[in-house]
Every structure is written in C-alpha cells, then in structure tokens.
Design a protein around this ligand. Structure first.
Ligand code: NAD
Length: 296
C-alpha cells in the first residue's frame, strides 16, 4: 500500500480520498476549506498545512481542484507540490482543466525529476462515492502503469489516452459531445410534443432507432422513460449545468487554440451560458429542456 497526499477534498475529492483509505492506503490531506479538511481527518487521513507539506515524504500526490490556475498554483507555486516532493514521486491530477495548463504542469514536474499524469474523471459524485469512476489518463506509458493500481481504488475503468494532456482532451471532447447530444435530445422531445407525439412513444422508438444516444436512453430529459434520470427528481443534479458549461468553455478554448471549427460545441456553450445565467447553474444539465421548450 502507498503513502498518498490528496489535495482538494470537495464533492469529488472527499469520497475519492475515503475510497483510497478504504483500500488501505495511508493518506495525508490538504484543502483550503477547514470543514473539508476536518472531514478528511475524521475519515482517517492526516491533515497537512499546505500542498508542499502534504507532498513531503509520500509516494504519490493526487489533486482534485476546480480550475487550471489553481492546479498550476498548487503544483508550481512557492510552497507547492513540485518544490517539496521527493524525486520520483508520482503526481496525478484528476481535476478537469484546460489542456495547455495540464501540459505545462506535466513539463514542470518532469523537469524537476517527478512523473506526472493528467487523469480527469467521468462518473460524477455518485461514481466517486461508489469507486466506479472512469479515468482518462494522459502521460508516459510507464507513469500510467504506476498510477493504475492507485486509480483502481477509486474507479472501474482506467484508459490510457496518450501523451500528457490527452486525458483532458478526451474529457472535453466527450463532454462537448454530451452537451450537444443533450440539447439535440431536448429539441426532439420539444418538437414531438408540438406535433402531438407522446414522449414515451418517441423514447420507445428512438431508443431502438438511429437517434439512440446516452442522453436519450440513460439520462432522458423528460420525466418517465428512464427512472434513474434527474428529470424524475425535479432536475436535482446529477451533473450540474455549471459543470457542463465549464467543460464546454474548456472545449471552445482548446478548439480556438488549434484552429478547430466546432460550431455545434459553440452553440451548446452559448445555450448553457444562457441557462446558467437564468439562475439554473445548480440544476442538472438535462433541465435545459425547460428553456428549449420555452416553459421556463
Ligand atoms: P468542489 O468545489 O466541490 O471541490 C474543490 C475543492 O478544492 C474544494 O474543497 C476547495 O476548497 C478546494 N480548493 C480550492 N482551491 C484550493 C487550493 N488552492 N488548495 C487546496 N484546496 C483547494 O469541486 P468538485 O465537484 O469536487 O470538482 C473537482 C474537480 O472535479 C473539478 O475540476 C470538476 O470539474 C471535476 N469534476 C467534477 C464532477 C462533479 O460531478 N462534481 C464530475 C467530473 C469531474
């Protein structure tokens, strides 16, 4: 079992840390939030005073933070992880951040004699609690192999996406597709309603026809057809619209950086921006059906 520092103990990081402890790893924890740190201590982790303090004397460091600027500060800042971790320490950033920041941090880590992967996740808070997250991992093959047994304590599917930054690339490409397909699914149900076609009938037909997609069959935005979908619990997340907007913006930023035209991704980002600004940032992302339907 390894000695692991965990930094960023929020909705995702908290339960991920608990699964590492459950698997028998010895954990040190750090978060700016005193209640989050206290909860980690209660779960069995040793609290640290700073990212650098957490990173000293451990085999690996895992971060689960809100944004690229914060990830860069935690790793590269004074008193940060890179300045304090022993050579050879394995660094795993599980945050969803921009590809450029992920690559810059990995370069700084490698230059300091550390090995690093970006390993963003899908599966949400429920997946974090159940240790069934999917990890998309970018970095050298040997670093991926070293990270795999640690990630296995927190997830079910662990995929090597390629070189540094490709984990983040996989995450934003997937979520751009998800945002677009959710809006498309919402438009289909809205049109069906106006044409006098019952929502359950559209579901029964499209889920067996060429319109089939995850947004329809696993996360249906109209109540009824999929019992586990947030549409049946007043669109409580799930996956909050603010999170979807964050990922769509990251996709647009990445697309601009490589001259990729993603007009549907841009439209999805604009629609989710309108939806969040209308007071629905905390609503599940499938709740956008009310705005598309004009009933919101
Ligand atoms: P969160 O806001 O609940 O947690 C973030 C934690 O980081 C907070 O506890 C905060 O205090 C801490 N933090 C912020 N700055 C810090 C610093 N400088 N040093 C130490 N700690 C600091 O967010 P979350 O929902 O846990 O998401 C974390 C990451 O996971 C994000 O990148 C998000 O995009 C990604 N993600 C979230 C979900 C989800 O469903 N929540 C799903 C997939 C991926």
């Amino acid at each position: 079992m390894a000695k692991i520092a965990f930094i960023g103990l929020g909705n995702m990081g908290g339960p991920m840390l608990r699964n590492l402890l459950k698997a028998g790893h010895e954990c040190v924890a750090f978060d700016l939030s005193a209640p989050a740190l206290a909860a980690a201590e209660q779960a069995g982790a040793r609290p640290a005073a700073s990212p650098g303090d957490a990173a000293r004397g451990v085999d690996g460091v895992i971060t689960m933070l809100p944004a690229g600027t914060i990830v860069r500060a935690v790793y590269e800042g004074p008193g940060g992880v890179i300045a304090n971790a022993a050579p050879g320490t394995l660094l795993i950033d599980c945050s969803t951040i921009d590809v450029a920041s992920a690559r810059a941090v990995a370069e700084a880590a490698t230059a300091a004699g550390l090995s690093m992967v970006d390993a963003p996740v899908s599966g949400g808070v429920a997946g974090a609690a159940a240790a069934t997250l999917t990890f998309m991992v970018g970095g050298p093959p040997e670093t991926f192999e070293a990270a795999r047994p640690i990630l296995a304590a927190m997830g079910g599917t662990i995929v090597h996406a390629g070189a540094a930054g490709t984990g983040q690339a996989a995450k934003i490409c997937n979520n751009m597709l998800l945002g677009i397909s959710m809006i498309g699914t919402c438009e289909a149900f809205m049109l069906a309603k106006r044409l006098g076609l019952d929502a359950q009938k559209l579901f029964d037909i499209s889920s067996k026809a060429s319109g089939q997609c995850w947004s329809l069959t696993s996360y249906c935005p109209v109540p009824g057809p999929v019992a586990s979908a947030p549409s049946n619990r007043d669109y409580q997340p799930g996956f909050a619209a603010a999170m979807m907007l964050k990922d769509l913006k990251l996709a647009q930023e990445a697309a601009a950086g490589v001259d990729a035209a993603t007009p549907l991704g841009a439209a999805a980002a604009a629609l989710y921006s309108l939806y969040c600004n209308a007071g629905h940032a905390g609503t599940d992302f499938s709740g956008i059906i009310a705005m598309i339907d004009g009933s919101d």
